[in-house]
Every structure is written in C-alpha cells, then in structure tokens.
Design a protein around this ligand. Structure first.
Ligand SMILES: NC(=O)c1ccc[n+]([C@@H]2O[C@H](COP(=O)([O-])OP(=O)(O)OC[C@H]3O[C@@H](n4cnc5c(N)ncnc54)[C@H](O)[C@@H]3O)[C@@H](O)[C@H]2O)c1
Length: 438
C-alpha cells in the first residue's frame, strides 16, 4: 500500500504560509516544524526510528515514513510474528524484535513510534521516555485518567519529545477552519456537534480462535474503551482547540444495542454531552449499525457553520442566488405552499441546502470508515514533524496538551455513561496549558 499525500511544500502553500511566516504560524506553533527554514536546516539528517506495534496502523506509518527523507526505520518490534514479517518485508534492513525492552536498550534507536493496542500505550511510552527515547504514541493517550497523567508527567520530566497520534492538528482543512474560528469569522461559537456512524461489526478476521482477543482487542474492555478512545478522541479535541476551554461537566448514555454477536463488552451506541462553563455544549454520537450520516465535526457560530471533515463553511446568511435560481429553489421547496394568504409572516425552518464554500483550495476528504487511516488526513505531516523533532530534540508546543485533554474528555464521557451520572471535570486532571483558559 502506498500512501500518496500532498508534498509538504504544497501543504504549507495551501495554507498560505510558504516560508513559514504569517499569522497562522503564531496560532498553530506546532507547524513551525514543517516550515521551509526548519526543513532546510534538517536537510540530509535522519531520525533513527523504531516501530513498536507493526499491525495495521504501524504499517500505515511505515508507508508514510518510507516517503519522508528525514526518516530512517532502523528497528521493528511486534510480539505477533505474522505482523512483524509483513513489516519486515517493507523495511528489509531494519532489525527485528519481539520484546520492546530490547528496542529500548539499542543505542541506535533515537525515537520510537508506538502503535500497539490502547492498554499498552502508557507502559511502553513511559518505559521509552525513561530509557531516553523520543516517543510518538498513537491515540488515545491511555486507557485510564491516571495513566494519561503519568504519561504527561514523565514526558515533562524527561525533556524528551512526545507526540500523540492526533493528526487533525496537521490536517490543512482543519487548520484553516480553526483559524476562521479564532479570527471571529463564525461569530460567537454556540455549539459543537461530533458524530461518527458506521455500519459494520468492527471485527477483524481471526486466523485461530485463540487469537480472538489479540486481533479484536478493540471489542474488549480489558484492552480498549471502545468508541470513546478509538473514535471520539479525534473529534473531542475540536472542543479544546476551538473553545480554548474545558467542559465543567459531562453526561451521556452508552449501550450495546445491535452487535450482540459474541462476548464483546464495549458499547456500540453512545451519546455524550460536554457542557462548557458558558453554557455551550459539545456532543459526540456514534452508532455502528447505520452509516447514513457518516462522520463529521461541526462548529456552529452565530454567523456561520463549519463542517470540518468536509472542509466547508456555511455563512448563516449566504449570498442570495441569482433571481431565477432563487425562484427554482422556492418552487422545489414548495415555499409558496407554506405562505399564508395574510402574507409571508414566517419562513419554514428547513435546513439550508447550500453546498457552502471550501475552506482551502484542495480539500481531501474521507468518509471515516477506514480503521487504519486515510491519505491526506495530516498523518504524514504528523510523523514528519515527529522526525524533525527527534533530530532537533526539541519538543513541539501544545501537541501533548491537546492530545491529553482529548483523551481525558473521552474517558470522562465513558465514566459518565458507565456510572449513569453527571461527571464534573476533576481538578486533579487539569494540567498547565497556557493556550487556553483552564
Ligand atoms: N490516529 C489514527 O487515526 C489511528 C488509526 C488507526 C489506529 N490507531 C491507533 O493505533 C493503535 C494500533 O491500532 P491497530 O489498528 O494498528 O491495531 P493492530 O491490532 O492492527 O496492531 C497492533 C499491533 O501491536 C502488537 N502488539 C500488541 N502488544 C504488543 C507489545 N507489548 N509489544 C509489541 N507489539 C505489540 C500486536 O501484535 C499488533 O501487531 C491503537 O492505539 C489505535 O487506536 C490510530
């Protein structure tokens, strides 16, 4: 599988920030790693990376890393031989390991990219930081709030680089959209709606029944927190990013309603509400037995709406269509039928059918159905930025904090659903984050 994405030069150009200047760099300081000056400085340098966990996401990253001039994959590690062999075929020169601790004792390895199931994230990340390695760990950060906090604290004490796999932070359409939010184009933000709908059982084929939990770890609470850590984490980050605030409380319901096919114990239907101190609410809904509405994150302002995954903006008062088109629209929507004889005293509250405006010139979209990742979603830029940071040894501002809070929000949502109660944001899980008013 070859992942074809936009070259980094075009990535920055698409955002109008070639050369690394411009206001966007100030609002999104983590993009500095991809600036022309930074890239030039690192020309010819290589980050020596080990991949720990060479399953589907691990291989997706390998394919991206193979296209990145600053990356050198020197080691591969997996405790499941078929996956290790598949990765070895992609990187024939890399050393092979089945125990990650042996990777950590290799002085050749500067940075590790961890793509193992959620329940192993904290242990392997903390051990790696303590062993003096720079770390990229896939999202969600960890399985419990305490583990997330321990990862964050170890990172702060280690002086090493930590990245978490929240690729929206590097997706051009999200960056441009969030810039529109922060510059006030949407007016006051009055709501955020996140949803992720699929229609499949979320299972992977298992070569032998003894490997069921190993392969289908997502379906079991022992290893995973289901839809909240696998899907919601990506979307909940938008709340922190857009509002620069934390919710004061969370409520929700989670159930297993359709895929009662086996002994899975993660919800297949969840609805969560995050309440912010100013009364604004962010929702997350996910069902995996109906895919009609796909996935998106929507930011609602009193002057306009963003559909982030579509890269589209809808002003509340769109420019009027040319006269004839307006007439056709009215006939199609039977607006005349609804107008009373006394005169047009009200307008039907139908949703707007306009297509909106693209937020950048070349929007790459995907439908959210792929469980591995999608081309052009920021993942390649994220690992490229990681390689740059491994070479310079400089942590990138705000990435860990954004990821930490999205994982914490996901876990608080799960707690609210499990305990059938309103969960207040616990003070002990707040971390310093001067990008926002915590
Ligand atoms: N950012 C994204 O968009 C995105 C997309 C897909 C997956 N992910 C994340 O990537 C991670 C991996 O997901 P996946 O779909 O690749 O899972 P997977 O099951 O396909 O791969 C995980 C691999 O880790 C290996 N492994 C497990 N424990 C190990 C250990 N202790 N040491 C070495 N190897 C070990 C397994 O054998 C397996 O090969 C998850 O955290 C998932 O949430 C992120």
């Amino acid at each position: 599988m070859t992942v074809k994405t936009m070259p980094r030069r075009d990535f920055l150009k698409n955002l109008g920030m070639i050369g690394g200047s411009g206001l966007l760099m100030t609002s999104f300081p983590w993009l500095q790693t991809l600036s022309a000056s930074n890239q030039k400085e690192l020309e010819g340098e290589k980050a020596r990376i080990a991949i720990i966990g060479t399953g589907s996401r691990g291989k997706f990253h390998i394919n991206n890393l193979l296209q990145i001039p600053n990356a050198d994959i020197v080691a591969l590690c997996d405790d499941y031989k078929p996956h290790l062999d598949e990765a070895a075929a992609l990187c024939p020169k890399a050393k092979l390991y089945s125990d990650y601790r042996d990777v950590l004792s290799s002085s050749e390895v500067q940075g590790v990219l961890i793509a193992v199931p959620l329940y192993e994230h904290a242990r392997i990340t903390i051990d790696s930081l303590l062993a003096g390695k720079h770390v990229f760990c896939e999202k969600s950060m960890a399985k419990t709030l305490d583990e997330c906090k321990a990862m964050y604290e170890t990172y702060k004490q280690s002086g090493k680089v930590l990245f978490i796999g929240q690729q929206r932070l590097f997706d051009p359409k999200y960056i441009k959209a969030l810039d529109m939010v922060h510059s006030g184009q949407l007016g006051e933000i009055v709501g955020l709606r996140n949803f992720w709908y699929r229609n499949n059982d979320w299972r992977r084929p298992v070569p032998d029944p003894s490997l069921e939990e190993k392969i289908n770890w997502r379906l079991y609470r022992k290893y995973s927190c289901g839809l909240m850590t696998e899907l919601a984490t990506h979307q909940l980050q938008i709340g922190t990013w857009a509002l620069k605030a934390l919710p004061d409380y969370v409520m929700g319901s989670g159930d297993l309603i359709f895929w009662k096919d086996d002994n899975r114990d993660v919800y297949d239907s969840v609805s969560v509400i995050y309440h912010y101190p100013n009364g604004v609410k962010m929702t997350f809904d996910s069902i995996i037995s109906n895919k009609k509405y796909g996935m998106d994150e929507q930011i609602l302002g009193h002057k306009g709406t963003l559909e982030l995954a579509q890269g589209r903006y809808f002003p509340e008062e769109p420019k009027p269509a040319p006269g004839i088109q307006q007439l056709v629209n009215q006939i199609e929507h039977k607006i005349f039928d609804n107008v009373s004889f006394a005169g047009p005293s009200w307008v039907p509250e139908t949703a707007s059918n306009t297509k909106g405006e693209l937020v950048i010139d070349h929007v790459q979209t995907h439908d959210g159905s792929n469980t591995t990742g999608a081309a052009g979603d920021g993942s390649e830029e994220l690992v490229a930025a990681f390689c740059s940071s491994v070479i310079t040894g400089k942590p990138v501002p705000y990435l860990v904090e954004e990821a930490y809070y999205s994982s914490v929000l996901a876990l608080l949502g799960l707690q609210a659903m499990d305990e059938h109660r309103i969960v207040e944001f616990p003070e002990e899980y707040k971390i310093p984050y001067n990008f926002m008013n915590v």
